[in-house]
Design a protein around this ligand. Structure first.
Ligand code: DC
Length: 333
């Protein structure tokens, strides 16, 4: 018999959230450990004291885990504990235990880190959509590194800095208050205590991000943060220099690209859907200028790592790209 550990988090203390999180956690434990219903003898749950709207054991019963003996308990309040967290300890007949930590709970078991995925490529290649779906499908962390450069650019815009040079930007970087937080698995970019996740997507921030990201003082600071986040858990990072510079030892590297016309059309559709009025040919020109900027800069330019797999998405759907990349990873893990 083996004891299998698992943990997950909920976005809020509601019965629906708890039901969803418990079901997802148990199904993942069953899948990863190849369990049959009769293999599971009992499941013990515990949860932090900010969760009380539904017993996890009841959620497990509702999810169809009726064969095993179930038990729930409350954890003592511990200062600094991961909030809204649910833990499971499952006793089962199996050869070896694979522990499962989902959503923000992966933070609790950094020793279980298995692999990093580097997804690089120009903007509009579809890499961030794929990266997000890929991370969700493996229940691992997604870090959008472009959001971090965008936040630096937003800071410069807010400070009305027009002179984007090392000298002018360095003091801004020294005093930068940037945090990446995850709420229910979704990345939030917090600048000076304010959630700027939406504001950094504004079109004028895109070009500013490309300019500011060329500076050494900006890159050094962001890369250090990225490595710190990636060190601790299995993750997917997307950007321009992940495979070449940030995580040169990443287990999986992909370079995702598409023609500039296709990329401009994708960005056009995306911005239009958000209510921005944009001109397609202007967008294509801007994308090509950003490509030039990003790939000709001195520090960590946009470039395919030698050991990265090239994925041209011009004629592929997101689902096809995702399936291709997932298959490559699953062949090895
Ligand atoms: O992926 P994105 O469009 O959100 O990125 C915004 C800008 O940030 C992009 O023009 C290049 C830069 N960037 C970078 O230099 N390195 C990264 N790892 C990610 C983004």
């Amino acid at each position: 018999m083996k004891a299998i550990r698992g943990a997950t988090t909920v976005a809020a203390d509601t019965p629906e959230e708890i039901r969803g999180a418990v079901k997802e956690l148990l199904e993942e434990i069953v899948k990863r450990n190849g369990l049959q219903e009769e293999d599971i003898l009992c499941i013990l749950f515990s949860n932090t004291s900010d969760i009380h709207s539904l017993y996890p054991a009841k959620a497990a019963r509702e999810a169809g885990f009726t064969h095993a003996a179930l038990y729930s308990s409350l954890e003592p309040e511990i200062d600094g504990a991961l909030p809204l967290c649910l833990r499971a300890l499952l006793f089962a007949e199996c050869a070896k235990a694979e522990h499962v930590y989902l959503r923000g709970a992966a933070n609790l078991r950094k020793d279980l880190k298995k692999f990093s995925v580097a997804l690089d490529g120009p903007s509009g290649s579809g890499k961030s959509t794929v990266a997000k779906l890929l991370a969700a499908s493996f229940h691992i962390l997604y870090l959008d590194t472009g959001a971090m450069y965008r936040a630096c650019a937003l800071k410069a815009v807010k400070e009305k800095l027009t002179n984007i040079t090392e000298e002018a930007v360095k003091p801004l970087m020294d005093g930068l208050d940037l945090k990446i937080e995850y709420r229910d698995g979704t990345q939030h970019t917090i600048l000076d205590g304010e959630d700027v996740s939406e504001a950094i997507r504004r079109p004028e921030v895109s070009m500013a991000a490309s300019n500011i990201s060329a500076l050494r003082c900006v890159r050094e600071k962001m890369v250090e943060m990225q490595r710190q986040i990636a060190k601790e858990q299995s993750c997917v990072l997307d950007g321009r220099d992940i495979g070449t510079h940030v995580l040169p030892d990443a287990e999986f590297k992909f370079y995702v690209t598409a023609t500039s016309a296709v990329r401009a059309k994708r960005r056009y559709d995306e911005l239009k859907a958000k209510g921005y009025s944009v001109d397609l040919s202007e967008l294509q020109k801007e994308i090509e200028e950003r490509d030039r900027n990003d790939s000709t800069r001195e520090f960590s330019p946009l470039r395919k790592a030698e050991d990265a797999v090239l994925v041209d998405t011009s004629e592929m759907t997101i689902e096809e790209v995702l399936a291709f990349i997932r298959k490559k990873i699953q062949e090895k893990v």
